[in-house]
Write a protein that binds this ligand. Structure first.
Ligand code: EPS
Length: 395
């Protein structure tokens, strides 16, 4: 059974949910670990007032007993505190219709306009409540469970921010060190000087009623060679990662490894030379690479190097100094609607990206090594690693 997740819930509804299906039985699930990921998603300089209202915590409703998965679907809930202020505005009861005014100043860059056109609506709130990146709390909860599965097979996931607006960070060290430094930074930048300049840029954008996007890197270490496949279009792991990252709200670009930069260089400066390996290189099939520009993927298959993806987030479309739009109700020129929002959510997006990467890798692990129970999965992994590591000794 494939590992999949689905989310439900609105930004100002009672709850955000995630249902994770296809997890092997026996995976340790610690709710405190999920809460830690939810808290990381709430951080970052430039978040709006909502993050002061919410303290996201998971409630596990199904599929986990005495700290371990049972093999049944895992159902996760993150309750919205702000729901108290929206009981009638977001009520399912027809009697509450009209309790809050409709949103008609559709925002350029948001799902507002295409959403109302597509679904035949006249209030953009019916769209924005679901399009809101608040939904990513559910994804991060699901990703936190995937991370706990990955940990059981020796895979760790991290991230850091590489740019905010026009401010670029330096990131020329091993990924784990960059991740560690990002954890303490205001904008998850591993370069303290750039982090300061980025914070100043966010403050200036706020002052100007504007917003800022940026780029971030997500990586996974300890990934065994052989996840994904070259044999089908949909099974190529880079295709799956691309879809997963593009599904994060506001993501407009995704690169695997050096991505677009590879197109500018000759092959000799792109491809990662294969060298004899040493102790600890078993997950790479007993070899190692001189570089990792491919982002750990060749032919849609992991090669045992760190898998790394870089994504570009556009600036959030809710501007306090609004852009021009056409009012849905009148058809007349108007200012785009304004509501409480973030000036910059790139640090949060990088945490959401970790969840996306973790989930796709967990899915690929379950695809390859089996999803009924963790004991069988690990036995299959161990047997496989022994085989790829033994290739050179003739056995
Ligand atoms: C978000 C919660 C939202 C926004 C943001 C992400 O809270 P509210 O809309 O109540 O202020 O801060 O949503 C958007 C950027 C958006 O475009 O909708 C969250 O929990 O991440």
């Amino acid at each position: 059974m494939p590992l999949v997740y689905r989310t439900g819930g609105e930004s100002h509804g009672p709850v955000l949910t995630a249902l994770v299906e296809g997890l092997p039985a026996g995976v340790p699930v610690d709710p405190a670990r999920i809460d830690r990921e939810l808290a990381r998603r709430q951080q970052g300089y430039g978040r709006g007032g909502r993050m002061r209202i919410e303290t996201d915590r998971v409630e596990i409703l199904a599929g986990v007993r005495w700290g371990r998965t049972t093999g049944a679907p895992v159902v996760l809930a993150v309750w919205n505190k702000d729901w108290e202020n929206w009981r009638r505005g977001m009520s399912p009861d027809a009697a509450d219709r009209g309790a809050v005014p409709p949103v008609t100043g559709v925002r350029p860059g948001h799902a507002d306009l295409p959403g109302v056109l597509k679904h035949g609506l006249d209030d953009a709130r019916d769209v924005l409540e679901r399009a809101s990146a608040r939904e990513t709390a559910g994804r991060v909860a699901a990703g936190a469970v995937a991370k706990q599965l990955l940990e059981q097979v020796g895979v760790a996931v991290g991230s850091f921010v590489t740019s905010v607006g026009a401010v670029d960070a330096r990131w020329d060290e091993p990924f784990p060190a960059l991740h560690e430094r990002a954890e303490g930074a205001r904008l998850r930048m591993p370069d303290p000087e750039a982090d300061d300049r980025a914070a100043a840029a966010v403050a200036a954008a706020r002052e100007a009623g504007d917003t800022l996007g940026g780029t971030f890197v997500c990586f996974a270490r300890g990934v065994p060679a052989g996840l994904g496949t070259h044999t089908t279009a949909h099974g190529r792991l880079d295709a799956r990662l691309g879809a997963a990252f593009f599904s994060i709200p506001a993501i407009k670009g995704v690169e695997v490894g050096i991505g677009f930069d590879a197109a500018r260089r000759p092959g000799s400066e792109v491809h990662d030379e294969i060298l004899p390996g040493g102790p600890g290189d078993g997950r790479r099939g007993g070899v190692r690479r001189a570089t990792n520009r491919a982002g750990g993927l060749e032919g849609g298959i992991t090669n045992g190097e760190d898998v790394w993806v870089r994504a570009a987030m556009k600036p959030i479309p809710t501007l306090m100094r609004p852009l021009r739009t056409v009012d849905l109700a009148t058809g007349r020129p108007a200012d785009a609607s304004r509501e409480r929002s973030d000036v910059c959510a790139v640090p949060a997006a990088s945490v959401v990206g970790e969840a996306a990467l973790a989930f796709e890798l967990a899915r690929a692990v379950v695809d390859k090594f089996g999803g009924d129970c963790l004991v069988d999965l690990r036995a299959a992994l161990d047997g496989y690693l022994a085989r790829i590591d033994r290739r050179w000794d003739g056995s």
